[in-house]
Design a protein around this ligand. Structure first.
Ligand code: FES
Ligand code: FES
Length: 223
């Protein structure tokens, strides 16, 4: 599952990443990734070395809210979520997704894009335009936590908690696709996420509880 997730994402981002790394001109950028508003150029270390970085103004729909941000072609979606500043000067500050390995191996940065679970460190912000981005911050309904979040709390399915947002989103995605997973399917569905504290048994129990709760919302959590 982890490998599949990685492979699918690499396919989606390979072209744009390769193109940008080759330093394609702004015309090609605008032609391949629309709609983009080019907002000028900014000299950086790369510029001093002869490569010019172009910044683009894009709109991203994150947790049903539209943000307008300026990004470089190489900016990852993870980076925008955590450190991006929208054009009104406000920091996006969605720090649930964690930059741990930053190369598609640990799952700490897991989010959903158009309902599909992805590593946000492996997706360019430009590629997320026009898509529905859901982070762990978007799962609760006001003060009411998502059943997966409730179940993680109930089962103490965390220690340091660094991996937890990624696991919660991956578990939610798994249950979206398969509301009644077996233990083997839960393990398979969460195989793209790593917990260095070893809380796996509690996480698996939490997913089972969330599955029951989602099927029968009136059931008392833990029942
Ligand atoms: S930080 Fe993205 S997979 Fe590890
Ligand atoms: S709870 Fe510490 S890494 Fe998972």
């Amino acid at each position: 599952m982890a490998k599949e997730r990685e492979k699918e994402q690499s396919k989606e981002t390979a072209i744009s990443r390769r193109d940008f790394l080759k330093g394609m001109g702004t015309g090609a950028v605008a032609a391949t990734v629309a709609p983009i508003v080019l907002v000028g150029t900014e000299k950086s270390a790369e510029a001093q070395m002869g490569e010019e970085i172009t910044r683009a103004k894009i709109k991203l729909n994150i947790n049903n809210r539209l943000y307008e941000v300026e990004v470089e072609p190489r900016t990852t979606l993870l980076s925008v979520l955590r450190d991006g500043i929208d054009t009104s000067g406000k920091r996006i500050d969605l720090t649930g997704a964690k930059p741990i390995c930053d190369r598609g191996e640990c799952g700490g940065c897991t989010i959903q894009v158009d309902g599909k679970v992805i590593y946000s460190c492996m997706m360019l912000a430009l590629d997320a335009q026009g898509k529905q981005i859901t982070t762990v911050e978007g799962l609760a309904n006001g003060d009411k936590l998502h059943p997966v979040q409730e179940a993680f709390i109930q089962h103490d399915a965390l220690m340091c908690g660094f991996c937890t947002p990624g696991f919660v989103v991956a578990a939610k995605s798994l249950l979206d696709e398969n509301p009644s997973p077996s233990l083997a399917e839960i393990k398979e569905g969460l195989a793209g996420n790593t917990c260095r504290c070893g809380t796996y048994p509690f996480i698996f129990e939490a997913v089972k509880t969330a599955s029951r709760k989602l099927k029968d919302p009136l059931r008392k959590i833990g029942g």
